[in-house]
Design a protein around this ligand. Structure first.
Ligand SMILES: NC(=O)c1ccc[n+]([C@@H]2O[C@H](COP(=O)([O-])OP(=O)(O)OC[C@H]3O[C@@H](n4cnc5c(N)ncnc54)[C@H](OP(=O)(O)O)[C@@H]3O)[C@@H](O)[C@H]2O)c1
Length: 281
């Protein structure tokens, strides 16, 4: 009954490994770089590279369920599903994205990898459940360096709304679906946080959590894009998404008993935003 968690260096996968390990589940941590992992005691690390099907057999031997992170390797999803079936895997839980539900998803750079993997798994031999999260609360970590150094963050659409989802809530849902598939029989779950907030509101909450206010400066989309390390096509897609979300977004019914608000995420992560400069009088 071993569970293989792929993409184990990722935040969601690592959190999931900790949860499953705490439950005493037999586990294997798969990663493109298993040597970089520091899994909890006794959890073996294995090389599992989604665009290298040669790694699938050893990673999947004796595995009954898989948590699959595959967005960057949609072309390998069919081969992975076939290898999983050959190994006796009975259930795959895919980390997908709510972007697949947006109009034009097949052409959207944020959605099309997820949509392709979903389609491959749907056509494949192993039953699969798709987890479709919206924006992660942890995306705010992209602001950490700026906020720590300047008490400010420069945003093109500060009044755009997201519904930040705490990654621990996402990992808890993944653990529940992996370990109690009979209770989570839907083919897909769309997951949001409990409250829609603008980026300005999220920055304010981070300011309260770090004990020093955060200034939000509005910059043009072009300025933001040229200062960002995000690849151009992804940056354009993000800009479009933010521009088209000027109103609060709906929340989905929680699958965890008490979904964590953004204030909880901000309190836990306040050290990442701690000031590196002295307060101005
Ligand atoms: N961020 C969002 O708002 C959002 C919303 C919806 C869906 N999603 C989806 O959720 C998935 C994970 O997103 P994420 O932002 O949480 O990604 P992440 O933590 O950066 O992890 C992504 C994967 O990249 C690999 N990786 C390569 N180099 C790494 C490094 N130096 N450190 C950590 N991981 C590294 C890891 O797999 P290996 O261990 O195998 O190398 C890891 O699982 C993506 O498919 C994304 O599209 C994200």
């Amino acid at each position: 009954m071993t569970i293989l968690v792929t993409g184990s260096r990722g935040r969601v996968a690592r959190t999931l490994i900790d949860l499953l390990h705490a439950q005493g589940r037999p586990l294997r941590a798969g990663s493109s770089d298993p040597g970089a992992l520091d899994p909890p005691g006794g959890v073996p690390a294995v090389r599992c590279v989604l665009d290298d099907p040669g790694t699938f057999g050893p990673a999947l031997a004796g595995v009954s369920s898989v948590f699959l992170y595959a967005a960057r390797s949609p072309g390998s999803a069919t081969a992975f599903a076939e290898a999983a079936a050959a190994a006796g895997v009975r259930h795959i839980v895919l980390l997908s994205s709510s972007a697949v539900l947006e109009p034009g998803a097949a052409d959207d750079v944020l959605a099309r990898g997820h949509a392709a993997v979903e389609a491959a798994l749907r056509a494949g031999p192993v039953p699969a459940t798709f987890l479709r999260p919206g924006d992660f609360a942890g995306n705010a970590l992209q602001w950490a360096r700026s906020i720590a150094a300047t008490d400010s963050v420069r945003l093109p659409y500060p009044d755009a709304y997201t519904v930040p989802l705490h990654e621990l809530d996402l990992a808890e849902v993944a653990a529940a679906v992996l370990t109690s598939p009979e209770q989570y029989a839907a083919p897909a779950y769309t997951l949001t946080g409990p409250q829609s907030l603008t980026f300005r509101e999220q920055a304010e909450i981070i300011g309260a959590a770090r004990g020093r206010a955060v200034r939000v400066e509005t910059v043009s989309p072009a300025e933001w894009k040229s200062a960002s390390a995000i690849p151009s096509a992804y940056a354009d897609a993000l800009l479009t998404s933010w521009r088209t979300h000027p109103s609060p977004l709906p929340t989905t019914p929680p699958l965890t008993p008490t979904p964590r608000p953004f204030t909880t995420w901000a309190t836990t992560n306040a050290p990442s935003f701690a000031p590196t400069t002295a307060a101005t009088p």
